[in-house]
Design a protein around this ligand. Structure first.
Ligand code: CAA
Ligand code: NAD
Length: 288
């Protein structure tokens, strides 16, 4: 199998930006595409800031940081992705939008059997996404990075019903090349990570809604008492409240249980556009 030279990353948000960054620092070229052009400028500015910090802290030579930044092509054109030899999709956590995208990717790479089409989905069935890729279904895999991508060591690797074992093996190898520790999970709603994490976060919204405690106290109890690096409400803001609500709905639908539906208070914040860090306000206010 050919070595991956160029990673196509779709979605330049929190996750896609991080994935392009770690590819570039691992010596892999990245084509970063987003349907919303301003996101590309934001990702570039963040990359420059994080690389400058890495140099300042002595974790990286200036020349290596410069070379890594040059490896990222911030591109407004979907067609530019045809220059990639591996795709990682990191767009909104919406089944229909991902299904549409994988249909287009399968058409783009119909004649390039070596190209893997990976999804960074948090919860959506890889088997269902793969089905949208038709003849390319065996090359679709879950490659689930964690936020913040440059810091978190894990990649959860998910094999859909149609995924070739060789594609899983290559995903494990690429994750290791990008400095991560891959661990396998089966294709069930939320896989392992969000099957366990997200109901805890949702429960924190219920506890807040029912007046068990205010957000500061609730998070304080979970950080000081449980040694979690962040309380569940701050973590929800960090992930994105829209993403949390989408994941809960995938769990509820896929596990056939209403107990997984997003807490009404979580839904209300999303409806108000309070999505967390990425909009400057979620449970907590980050505008200052
Ligand atoms: N991008 C890149 N680097 C970042 C970063 C970001 N967004 N945020 C923090 N860092 C780096 C910092 O630069 C810092 O490194 P240096 O000081 O060497 O530069 C290092 O991480 C530690 O940061 P801080 O000192 O500012 O803060 P901290 O010690 O509190 O750590 C944290 C920050 C790593 C985010 C920590 O709070 C943490 O681990 N939080 C929990 C994160 C978590 O649970 N992530 C998983 C979310 S769920 C998910 O990803 C799956 C899903 O499908 C939803
Ligand atoms: P985000 O909202 O920060 O970014 C999503 C980006 O996708 C936006 O820039 C948006 O403009 C772009 N986009 C939306 N539809 C598109 C399309 N059709 N084509 C191209 N670009 C499109 O979201 P995020 O937090 O980066 O999450 C992205 C994916 O990664 C989701 O599937 C999410 O579940 C998953 N994920 C998120 C986290 C997390 O902690 N936030 C962790 C692991 C996995």
């Amino acid at each position: 199998m050919s070595t991956v030279n160029t990673l196509g990353v779709i979605g330049a948000g929190q996750m896609g930006g991080g994935i392009a960054q770690i590819a570039a620092t691992a010596g892999i070229n990245a084509i970063l595409f987003d349907a919303h052009t301003p996101q590309l400028g934001k990702a570039k500015a963040l990359h420059e800031k994080l690389m400058a910090r890495a140099v300042e802290k002595g974790r990286m030579e200036q020349a290596d940081a410069d070379a890594a930044l040059k490896r990222i092509d911030y591109n407004e054109s979907f067609d530019a992705l045809s220059g990639a030899d591996w795709i990682v999709e990191a767009i909104i956590e919406d089944r229909d939008v991902k299904v549409d995208l994988f249909g287009r990717l399968a058409a783009m790479f119909a004649d390039r059997q070596d190209v893997v089409l990976a999804s960074n989905t948090s919860s959506i069935s890889i088997t269902e996404i793969a089905a949208a890729a038709g003849d390319a279904a065996h090359r679709v895999v879950g490659m689930h990075f964690f936020n913040p991508v440059p810091v978190m060591k894990l990649v959860e690797v998910i094999k859909g019903l149609q995924t070739d074992q060789s594609v899983v093996d290559r995903t494990i190898a690429l994750s290791e090349r990008m400095g991560k520790t891959p661990l396998a999970a089966n294709d069930r709603p939320g896989f392992v990570s969000n099957r366990i994490l997200m109901p805890m976060i949702n429960e924190a919204f219920y506890a807040w809604m029912e007046g068990v405690a205010e957000p500061e106290a609730l998070d304080g109890i979970m950080t000081l008492g449980m040694n979690h690096p962040m309380g569940p409400l701050r973590l929800a803001d960090f992930i994105g409240l829209d993403t949390c609500a989408h994941i809960m709905n995938v769990l509820a639908d896929g596990l056939h249980s209403e107990r997984y539906r997003p807490c009404p208070l979580l839904e209300q914040l999303v409806a108000a556009g309070r999505l967390g860090n990425k909009t400057g306000h979620g449970v907590f206010d980050y505008s200052k």
